[in-house]
Design a protein around this ligand. Structure first.
Ligand SMILES: Nc1ncnc2c1ncn2[C@@H]1O[C@H](COP(=O)(O)OP(=O)(O)OP(=O)(O)O)[C@@H](O)[C@H]1O
Length: 262
């Protein structure tokens, strides 16, 4: 078995400021109050992922999932510990990430594909497929600045799923798509998993994690609280499956808006 992702004691800290202006900071200092706090969004996390595994990354809002995904995708580096990955990583970790709002959808398609490691020739070969998947119609030549968040997600996802990746990651990107688009993404993600690509999928929806993932990681205040079987992980979270189909929400979650389809 080939190890695709190896995360060893990774920690990522952020600074939380309590004051906005210099005046407020000066007053806080003069009165002995704290001006900021440093906290670990990802706290000493260790795990590894083998080729072909499909990981559901779960946890309550603010537990560190997106931050961990950014470490895995290389957007951020850990402050301590290490994150090693093998092969090409594609996917979407934030709607609109990597887009230039002044450029058209068409130009951004090429830009995004290049960021994800595709050559111009490769992009040209897959251009029709990408455009077809994004289904933006005449808006393809409109500046991305005028796109809705759903339209940006469509374009970003359409590019990402057409990259021949070894590791595919998906975060909030799917949450803003409409139902037919989510259905299409779900089908494509099923195919990606079946083709043996390693998947890292952030979700609050137990139903979709059950059908897509073979293993669950759960973060709690940045710490890895659970790593193992999907059903047991969902029980560990006390997520209520009954509501999974209507997207009303697992306990403490927003169900990532994916509803029944994903
Ligand atoms: N760039 C940043 N600077 C400061 N704090 C940050 C930054 N990014 C994230 N955080 C904080 O780190 C914590 C973890 O955030 P993260 O987005 O990783 O959580 P999450 O589990 O993905 O949440 P959600 O389910 O709501 O998407 C939160 O408290 C968040 O406010």
């Amino acid at each position: 078995m080939t190890t695709m992702i190896k995360v060893d004691n990774a920690t990522k800290s952020f600074t939380m400021s309590y004051q906005r202006s210099l005046k407020q900071i000066a007053i806080a200092k003069a009165t002995g109050r704290k001006t900021h706090d440093v906290f670990n969004a990802v706290d000493d996390v260790t795990f590894s992922v083998q080729e072909g595994e499909s990981i559901g990354l779960m946890g309550l809002n603010g537990s560190g999932k997106s931050t961990l995904l950014k470490l895995v995708s290389g957007v951020m580096r850990p402050d301590s510990g290490s994150v090693l990955t093998r092969g090409r990583i594609a996917g979407l970790i934030a709607t609109g990430a990597g887009f230039d709002p002044q450029l058209s959808g068409r130009d951004n398609l090429y830009l995004n594909a290049a960021i994800l490691g595709m050559s111009k020739a490769e992009t040209q070969k897959k251009f029709d497929e990408i455009v077809d998947f994004a289904d933006l119609g005449k808006f393809l030549d409109t500046e991305v600045a005028y796109y809705s968040s759903g339209m940006k997600a469509r374009l970003g996802f359409a590019v990402a799923i057409n990259v021949d990746a070894d590791i595919f990651i998906a975060d909030e990107a799917l949450a803003v798509g409409d139902r037919p688009f989510k259905r299409k993404c779900r089908k494509r993600m099923d195919e990606i998993v079946k083709s043996g690509v390693t998947m890292f999928y952030v979700s609050h929806a137990p139903g979709s994690v059950r059908s897509l993932c073979s293993r669950v990681l759960i973060l709690d205040h940045g710490k890895l609280a659970y790593d193992g079987d999907v059903d047991e992980g969902i029980r560990f979270l006390h997520y209520d499956d009954d509501d999974d189909d209507n997207g009303k929400g697992a306990k403490g979650s927003t169900d990532d808006g994916l509803g029944a389809d994903i």
